[in-house]
Ligand binder design. Structure first.
Ligand code: GAP
Length: 448
């Protein structure tokens, strides 16, 4: 039984209506499982990425940032195992022309009616399974020939591995230390879907932590806990978060041990991976040494020894966490004394796209002028919105629906004593404060 309600359809509609997320190339009928972030979505995702960057890079001396290119030398993907192993087994149906994952047939539905699993209609003609590589290919340079094939990276991690010594030496880092980056990744997924949960173009936030062999499991445990704490601090509900340990049959080709952080998306989707924490051992550095013929060893000066470090990886999807934050935040509730209920995105204030909205109660008596003055004072410090149209109740509802934590109202009293009311999105409590105190009042409420 589903433990949490299914809010996905309502969210997809809210995200489009309120400028969070649009289908890519919608006017042409859309591009399959590719999405565009609108004005509010881009702020939300940026806030999530900033929180990750602050936690992983800015607040630590032992992690350095990187922004490696999407297009890498094609040998990279031979070394990493992606050319040979990043494949899904597929079957085609000669009757309906559908294409399905051979290992997920029980989750697939045949387009013929009544709805059944592929292969279960008399007319179904499924082919033998064959492997399909998920990497997108393109050509570098003017010649479209096999020698010029390059791939759009399917993970950002390899850009970190090939720069391991560049970063270590230029920044004079000592093992243990990490390299972090945020960037686009591309996978030609066969069964994408569930809105921005599984898409063909997405963003990863990955960190590779290089450690001395033998200390790896200790670091693995530490990173597992730290990453769970990060998701909790983002405001994801504890009851919606769980670890999932990979059994022997589930481990990726590079992994010695792996845990997923899973989030309960509700409905039939239920608990799904949002982040992977992997002990990759020395697989990647050793492979790159072999394929590039360049040493990727660390020299431990103190103990006068050389070794290829082991790697603990934390890998989280920026889009998947954005979806988790939206699902987690969505609620519908009735309001005492009002006929109409409200839809609220109870986003953690630090990731809300708009931090505060300012309203003049009426369009006269100097109220709009005072409200606009406050807006121009605050807008360089916080993303703000200004709204003077419709009843005050309607204006509150519009902000609740996009997760704005505070609404500031300029009323008749404001123009005489320079005070304003600040309404809290969640408690609905209103404080009357001096307009000159707004910046520090909001800053104190928005930390964390
Ligand atoms: N470097 C390791 C790696 O890429 P992964 O488990 O394949 O591991 C890590 O991916 C994270 O990237 C996932 O937990 C998920 O959040 C995100 N991710 C992977 N494929 C995705 C897709 N098709 N769409 C959106 N996010 C995806």
């Amino acid at each position: 039984m589903a433990s949490q309600p299914d809010v996905m359809d309502k969210l997809v509609s809210l995200c489009k209506r309120r400028g969070f997320i649009f289908q890519s190339s919608e006017i042409y009928g859309g591009t399959g499982s590719v999405w565009d972030y609108g004005p509010l979505g881009v702020e939300l995702k940026k806030n999530i990425k900033d929180r990750w960057w602050n936690a992983m890079v800015r607040s630590r001396d032992d992690i350095e940032g990187l922004d490696a290119a999407i297009l890498m030398h094609p040998r990279t993907w031979e070394a990493s195992g992606h050319v040979a192993g990043f494949v899904d087994p597929l079957v085609d149906c000669k009757t309906c022309k559908g294409r399905f994952r051979a290992d997920k047939l029980e989750d697939a539905r045949c387009p013929q009616k009544p709805s059944k699993q592929p292969g279960q209609h008399d007319a179904c003609q499924l082919t033998e399974a064959r492997n399909f590589n998920l990497m997108f290919k393109t050509y570098m340079g003017a010649l479209e020939e096999s020698a010029s094939i390059v791939y759009l990276r399917p993970e950002t991690a390899q850009g970190i591995f090939v720069n391991f010594l560049n970063v270590q030496q230029s920044m004079r880092q000592k093992v243990p230390f990490g390299i972090a980056q945020i960037g686009k990744a591309f996978r030609n997924e066969i069964t994408p879907g569930n809105f921005i949960f599984r898409t063909r173009e997405f963003e990863q936030m990955e960190m590779q932590f290089f450690v001395e062999p033998g200390t790896d499991m200790e670091w693995f445990e530490q990173w597992k806990q730290l990453r769970m704490e990060w998701h909790l601090a983002l405001g994801l509900s504890p009851e919606r978060l769980q670890f999932h340990q990979h059994g022997a049959g589930e481990l990726a080709h590079y992994a010695r041990a792996a845990f997923d952080v899973t989030f309960d998306f509700g409905g039939t989707l239920g608990f799904q991976e949002i982040e992977g924490v992997h002990n990759r051992g020395d697989f990647d550095l050793t492979q790159h040494q072999q394929f590039s013929s360049k040493k990727l060893e660390y020299y431990d000066q103190l103990n006068n020894k050389r070794y290829v470090p082991y790697v603990i990886e934390t890998s989280v999807g920026a889009d998947r966490v954005t979806l988790a934050a939206l699902v987690n935040a969505y609620r519908e509730e009735s309001v005492e004394g009002e006929d109409e209920g409200r839809v609220v995105l109870g986003l953690h204030p630090s990731i809300a796209p708009i931090k505060a909205a300012i309203f003049p109660l009426t369009k006269k008596d100097g109220q709009p002028e005072m409200a606009k003055g406050i807006l121009s004072d605050l807008r360089m410090a916080f993303p703000m919105d200004y709204d003077e149209s419709g009843s005050i109740g309607k204006r509150y509802r519009r902000q609740d629906e996009v997760g704005t934590p505070f609404c500031i109202t300029v009323d008749g009293q404001s123009t005489t004593d320079q005070t304003v009311t600040v309404r809290d999105r969640d408690t609905l409590a209103q404080d009357r404060i001096d307009a000159s105190q707004l910046k520090s009042y909001l800053a104190a409420k928005l930390v964390g």
